[in-house]
Every structure is written in C-alpha cells, then in structure tokens.
Design a protein around this ligand. Structure first.
Ligand SMILES: Nc1ncnc2c1ncn2[C@@H]1O[C@H](COP(=O)(O)OP(=O)(O)OP(=O)(O)O)[C@@H](O)[C@H]1O
Ligand SMILES: [Mg+2]
Length: 218
C-alpha cells in the first residue's frame, strides 16, 4: 500500500549538513504492524514525518498504492487526508478544547456530523476507560492522560495507516496494555516508533533505525 525507495533527508545544522535518512527503503503492505526502535536523535520522527507526508524527502521515491507519486505536494496532501492518522511524539492537542472536542474535531474534519462524531468519540473514550474525562479541558490533564487522548483520537478516526511516535512513553502499565490491545485490534496498518517491547510484541515486522537506515531488529 506504500513503497519508500531510497529516501534521503539531510538537515543544515551549525556543524554543517547532517544526513538523517540515507537511502531508506520500505515496503508497507496493508495490515502490516511495523515497529521501529533506535537511539535518540537517529531520525525516527523524521522518517515518520516523511511517511506522514508532512516533510518532503530530499530524494528518493514514495509511492502510494495504484502508483500515485507522493513526491508531488498535491498528491501528498490528499494522501495525508485520506490515509494517515498520527499519534505525534509531541501529542499536539488543542489545549483549550475538551477531550471530546479534540477527538470529534478531527472526525468532523472528515465530514462526520457533530452528533456522529461525538458519539464515536465517547465510544472510544469508553473503550480506553476515559469517559469521565470527556468534558475536561485538555490543558488540565496529565501527560499520560493527554497521550491517551491522542491515541483515542487516532482510534476514532480509523485511518488506513496509523503512525504513532512513542505512543506509550507516558503511560502506566495498565493504560499501556489497554491502548495496545485496542491498537492491535484495528484494521489500520500500524507503523510505531517505540522503545517499548510490549509495543514490539503486537507488531509483525521489527526494525532498528541506525546510521540513517532501517535494519532488521535481531
Ligand atoms: N527541522 C530540522 N532542522 C534541523 N535538524 C533537524 C530537524 N528535524 C530534525 N533534525 C535533526 O535530525 C536528527 C533526527 O531527529 P529526529 O527527531 O528524527 O530523531 P528521533 O530519532 O526521533 O529522536 P528521539 O528518539 O529523541 O525522538 C536530530 O539530530 C535532529 O536534531
Ligand atoms: Mg522522535
């Protein structure tokens, strides 16, 4: 459903040009659950941002199913909207909105009615045992609670591809197990950056990112 061929990405830094992705290739098939680990600063978030269509690669090819070329910005924008849901490393919620509003807002952006969106949001919050937080403003939540809201948001959206960047980093064991159980039961293809072995255990393909490229995790 998605093919990355020889993707390269460098950044200009005070020390000069830093190559972060060096000929990364990856074939993602529908239903894959991909786990990516790697040292801090090695380029995992950059890779997810490229797969999300948020950052453009310097070179290489990214092709969606049916051969659509994602190096083209307008193709990338449509693909982002149609196919991608993200649990970002920085969580990225609207702090003055309630938990329910944060989730239903994204669903409404995808043409769902207010009633349907709120119903779906509440349903996912119940599954995550968070319904008591539905009407709380996000700015009053703990880090772990915010992380669960970001997970709830992507679960409610049910996009074809879920990209999650350290989604369990602030969660206790039982919240993490609950979230992973829900993630492992979605039909979405999963690409998860994490150091958490419990996350690895719900995935069928495991990689270590190092020296700018993906290697099989052994
Ligand atoms: N926009 C940018 N401009 C310059 N350098 C950047 C930019 N984005 C990322 N980098 C650099 O690219 C490298 C990889 O960053 P990235 O955030 O992808 O790492 P990471 O593997 O996700 O790290 P962590 O595990 O700490 O989240 C880092 O050295 C970072 O400083
Ligand atoms: Mg990162």
């Amino acid at each position: 459903m998605l093919q990355l061929n020889n993707i390269c990405k460098s950044f200009r830094t005070n020390q000069g040009i830093k190559t972060v992705l060096n000929n990364v290739s990856l074939q993602v098939k529908k239903g894959d659950r991909i786990w990516i680990a790697g040292e801090s600063g090695c380029g995992k978030t950059t890779l997810l941002n490229i797969i999300a269509g948020l950052v453009k690669a310097d070179s290489g090819l990214m092709i969606e199913r049916k051969g659509i070329d994602l190096t083209d910005e307008s193709n990338r924008a449509k693909y982002r909207y149609d196919c991608i849901g993200v649990v970002p490393q920085g969580i990225c919620l609207i702090s003055q909105y309630t938990v329910l509003e944060n989730i239903s807002f994204v669903l409404r952006m995808h043409q769902m009615s207010k009633e349907q969106a709120e119903k779906k949001a509440l349903n996912v919050l119940q599954k995550l045992q968070m319904e008591d937080l539905a009407f709380d403003q996000v700015k009053r939540l703990s880090m772990g609670q915010k992380q669960r809201v970001a997970i709830a948001r992507v679960l409610a959206l049910e996009p074809p591809i879920i990209l999650a960047d350290e989604p369990t980093s602030a969660l206790d064991d039982s919240s993490s197990q609950l979230a992973l159980n829900l993630l492992s039961n979605v039909s979405s293809t999963l690409i998860i950056v994490s150091h958490d072995r419990d996350v690895a255990s719900i995935c069928n393909r495991r990689y270590r990112f190092s020296d700018g490229t993906l290697r099989d995790f052994v």
